[in-house]
Design a protein around this ligand. Sequence first.
Ligand code: NAD
Ligand code: MG
Length: 393
Amino acid sequence: NVPGSPRRLSILGSTGSIGQNTLDVVRQLGGREAFEIEALTGNGNIGLLAEQARAFGARMAVTASEAHYDALKQALAGTGIEAGAGPSALIEAADRPAEMVMAAIIGTAGLAPTLSAARRGADIALANKECLVTAGDLFVDAVRKGGGRLLPVDSEHNAIFQVLEEHQRHALERIVLTASGGPFRTWTREQMAGVTAETAARHPNWSMGMKISVGSATMFNKALEMIEAKHLFNVSPQQIEVVVHPQSIIHSMVGYTDGSVLAQLGCPDMRTAIGYALAYPHRPALSVERLDFARLSRLDFEAPDEDRFPALRLARRALERGGLQSAVMNAAEETAFEAFVEARIGFLDMAEIAEAVMEDMIDAGEALDIDQVFAIDAEARRRAGERLRAMAR
Ligand code: NAD
Ligand code: MG
């Protein structure tokens, strides 16, 4: 139900939560009639990657992990689908001539391939918020110079994109990001101190990948989204508000100079945001659950608590300092997250490490090119690693 001839689409991170939802939306919008799948990429889950590539007739399938190359080649034997592995193959997948690229790799690993797609002028459906958190305006500039569109997929930013019309941009006063508050919304710090990754990953409303689920519990995800909002909508730190809204029905709001507030509502299902980006500028027909207001009966709101969720405070600090501080915050937090998942540190240690590394690297300055972003990212990971080892002793 998307007008026009099939568009070519590549999905970076097709085996993940967003990637699988994207393929579901592709199916709902008409499958091969609507989209030609150019390239799909994954990491360890070779069975699923090969199955997706066959089912959608992809031209190329790439695993990020070189160790899985042989398995992928074998799984695709006889199909004519090209197999690739490793960082350069990921870039090649991004550079294939698809008009649209869904950027759904998790973490900073998504930056290099997404940037490559942006530079060649592809429309970027952006789920990978780390592109904006680490490279910020350099990424936005790359999209602009390439000539493609930047279509936000993160539900909050997609909501804002839906209600922020270009001709009313001058009247934008503030952006209100909603946050579910995660599974520990009402917990004390003492209660949070002992939780495991399994408990932290159990999100009340959304079903998502591990990293973003834990990020929802620490509210680091919201911290990244504040920075994402700054770059997507070109607003000042003071124009970005966060409100806790436990039902996740209002996906975010825009406040205007006349006092009006416009919101986008829906059931918590990423396919609505994905569909909006894939079909843009049209609105697609999707079979997702409809809101039943009578059953819903109420929507709640509360102020976020920066003492229990220090990630929000760190994001505010990163926004005010600008430059590479948000890249530092992100790299330190990714490193700490990996240690938390391996039970090497506690839940509260993640924000502590991020804060310490941000203070260590307060002079990180501004990036003039992307290599500087990668260098600062590596340095922040190194320093976070040092702090982790000191903590473990
Ligand atoms: P996920 O962990 O479910 O999937 C990640 C994808 O990236 C997989 O295909 C995986 O194979 C691939 N991958 C993992 N490590 C890689 C590496 N080192 N190099 C290359 N590829 C690698 O993640 P997700 O929840 O789908 O999230 C993807 C992105 O979308 C993230 O940036 C996340 O913040 C964002 N996002 C997700 C949701 C959601 O509902 N899941 C919502 C909003 C935004
Ligand atoms: Mg989000």
